[in-house]
Design a protein around this ligand. Structure first.
Ligand code: SF4
Length: 399
């Protein structure tokens, strides 16, 4: 313990997240490129045991408080109740030891029932993030989602019944065949449910997914770019009018309801990642586990870990990654903090990009830092790509 000026000073404890990846879903959606498999394809218990073992090893190596827990995937709630209970056992110990500020589990409509919600609430889960995506049957079918629109309010009601105080709904816009009116109707029904948090993502065509293959074969007509931009602007308008603050490119929250776990990612703060394909960031090192359930279970049994990639982030890589993540936040990039973190003055390291995009009114510059404007959020990919290119081309910054 440090003693300063005759008083005891606690060591500073910053946020530190824990992410568990559970790679099982009911079926695989056509647009998804997350690592997950249909739950009927493989036994689930060996994976749950391996996850518990990796978690114990990680916490033995990196003890210290966990401030947020996020169990995602995949669809963790697709597990049978007994197996979900097994998964929650080690997490309940963490919760009992130091109550995290937030404990989220991802769920899909149609996969939550009384018994599962009961045990999640008992384990300390206080936030459910639900993949609603759309309130229109034809759009859910285009995405190959297996739930029906009515499953969404039913799922929200079940969560509330079991005392879940914070609910996020994910929505997708830019779905083939989606109209602006239908998108606004999905937003309206989301707002009507009174959830605390909404995430709106534009549909992306990831390489190798069935949806992308259908597009390449001309079997679907993607949403027009202009219409997709109108949908994004409508989300900003309608959610803000309903009392949600936009705090990140895709995320909106009622006051005090921002996702603390995701803020750790966007602020490039440390987190432990556990499970197949999970990534983590500890002591400045980014690591990634193997993306295979069998490979993961085998590696954990043999070595106690399943890391296949790791990289110490320094110089241009650290600056680029921190800028890319921070620019997603409405708070943007804060000069002092960035300098402390990376040793680089934002105004020097990104001078050309700042000049280019302030002129277009896509960026604002204040004494505190820089941030995307409303128009800039529409062009975020372009702006961020240029920031990354500038920092990696700089001869003054070590690679
Ligand atoms: S439910 Fe989510 S994680 Fe699972 S396949 Fe669909 S999009 Fe991917």
């Amino acid at each position: 313990m440090n003693m300063v000026s005759g008083s005891f000073r606690r060591p500073e404890i910053g946020p530190r997240g824990l992410y568990l990846h559970i790679p099982f879903c009911q079926t695989k959606c056509g647009y998804c490129d997350f690592y997950s498999v249909a739950v009927s394809d493989l036994p689930t218990l060996p994976l749950i045991k391996a996850v518990a073992r990796e978690l114990a090893n990680r916490l033995a190596d990196d003890p210290g408080p966990i401030t947020t827990v996020f169990v995602g995937g995949g669809t963790p709630t697709v597990l049978a109740t007994a197996e979900l209970a097994e998964l929650m056992k080690p997490l309940k110990i963490i919760v009992d030891r130091n109550r995290p500020a937030e404990f989220t589990v991802e769920a899909n409509p149609g996969t939550v029932d009384d018994s599962k919600l009961d045990l999640l609430a008992e384990a300390g889960v206080d936030r459910i993030s639900m993949g609603a995506q759309s309130f229109h049957r034809s759009e859910l079918e285009a995405l190959e989602r297996i739930h029906a629109p009515d499953d969404i309010p039913k799922g929200v009601k079940t969560c509330r019944k079991h005392g879940v105080v914070r609910i996020n709904l994910d929505l997708i816009f830019g779905i083939p065949g989606q109209t602006l009116a239908n998108w606004r109707e999905s937003l309206r029904r989301t707002i009507y449910l009174g959830v605390e948090h909404v995430a709106c993502y534009g549909l992306t065509y990831e390489p190798g997914t069935p949806l992308t293959t259908r597009r390449e074969r001309g079997l679907i007509v993607p949403c027009d770019d202009e219409l997709e931009a109108e949908m994004y602007l409508a989300a900003m308008d309608d959610l803000e009018a309903a009392g949600y603050e936009q705090y990140e490119i895709s995320n909106f929250a009622r006051p005090g309801q921002r996702c603390l776990h995701n803020l750790i990612y966007w602020r490039n703060q440390p987190y432990i990642g556990v499970g197949p394909s999970a990534a983590g960031y500890l002591d400045g090192v980014r690591y990634k586990n193997v993306s295979s359930i069998e490979g993961y279970v085998h590696a954990i049994e043999r070595d106690g870990h399943a890391v296949v990639e790791s990289e110490k982030l320094t110089g241009a890589a650290l600056a680029g990654e921190t800028a890319m993540l921070r620019l997603r936040l409405n708070d943007g990039l804060v000069f002092d903090e960035f300098l402390r973190r990376t040793g680089i003055d934002v105004r020097d390291g990104f001078a050309k990009s700042i000049a280019r995009y302030t002129e277009k009114a896509w960026l604002t510059v204040t004494e505190r830092g820089i941030a995307l404007t409303r128009a800039g959020r529409l062009m975020a990919d372009t702006v961020i790509a240029d920031f990354l290119a500038e920092v990696s081309a700089s001869s003054r910054i070590a690679p």
